[in-house]
Ligand binder design. Structure first.
Ligand code: CA
Length: 223
């Protein structure tokens, strides 16, 4: 997973980064709210760990901003303030869980597992009459089965998870191909055209839209 850690205490941030990287995750660390915001704007993450007490504010604001954008990226709050009202505020702010410092690394891993499973639990993503069953890796449109390659599925799934949001090529490359360097020539555009021919062609209105100069969006737009 790609994990964003927003934590100003260097010792804790370093410990999280080392531990998570040993577990095979890719970790980006930001030390304040501004840095966290920048990271979220420029990259795609599967999970966000945010400290509540940052030098320039409350890390929970980052989670609130995500949820306002209908971004359901799983988020876990790290807090030293073990008070009931803090927990309630965290969960109301859109965090999926919280951990009270100090915590055992194993507990963090267990919470990360639970939270990502819960968020993926929705498991069927719908955009108009398109259904993406993430668990079964099955796609249908208007009830008809659509066969996709693994990469096409991953791309469609990512677009469906962020439906209504314009996603740039770099972000798609990062999320689906796990690279920032285009492995081919216009890889993303080529795969979008594959998807179009399978998902949109022959079905009433298109769901995959090109935003010129910016990227792509999967969205059911009323005519
Ligand atoms: Ca702190």
């Amino acid at each position: 997973m790609r994990v964003l850690v927003v934590e100003d205490e260097k010792k804790i941030a370093g410990f999280l980064q080392r531990g998570l990287e040993e577990e095979g995750h890719r970790v980006t660390v930001a030390g304040d709210v501004a840095g966290g915001r920048l990271a979220l704007e420029s990259g795609a993450y599967d999970l966000v760990l945010v400290d509540r007490m940052l030098p320039d504010g409350d890390g929970l604001d980052l989670v609130r901003a995500l949820r306002r954008r209908k971004d359901q990226t799983p988020a876990i709050c790290l807090t030293a303030r073990d008070r009931v009202e803090e927990r309630v505020a965290g969960l109301q702010g859109g965090a999926d869980d919280y951990l009270v410092k100090p915590f055992a690394f194993d507990e963090l891993l267990a919470r990360m597992d639970a939270v990502t499973r819960r968020v993926r639990g929705a498991d069927v993503l719908e955009v108009g009459d398109l259904r993406v069953d993430v668990g079964a890796r099955r796609v249908t449109r208007a009830g008809a089965d659509i066969r996709l390659t693994a990469r096409e599925f991953d791309l469609l799934r990512y677009l469906a998870e962020h439906k209504g949001r314009v996603l740039g090529r770099t972000r798609l490359l990062e999320a689906v191909w796990e690279t920032t360097h285009d492995p081919g020539t216009n890889t993303v555009d080529v795969y979008i055209s594959y998807l179009r021919s399978k998902v949109d062609k022959g079905f009433g209105r298109p769901l995959l839209h090109t935003i010129r100069g910016v990227g792509y969006v999967l969205e059911d737009r009323p005519r």
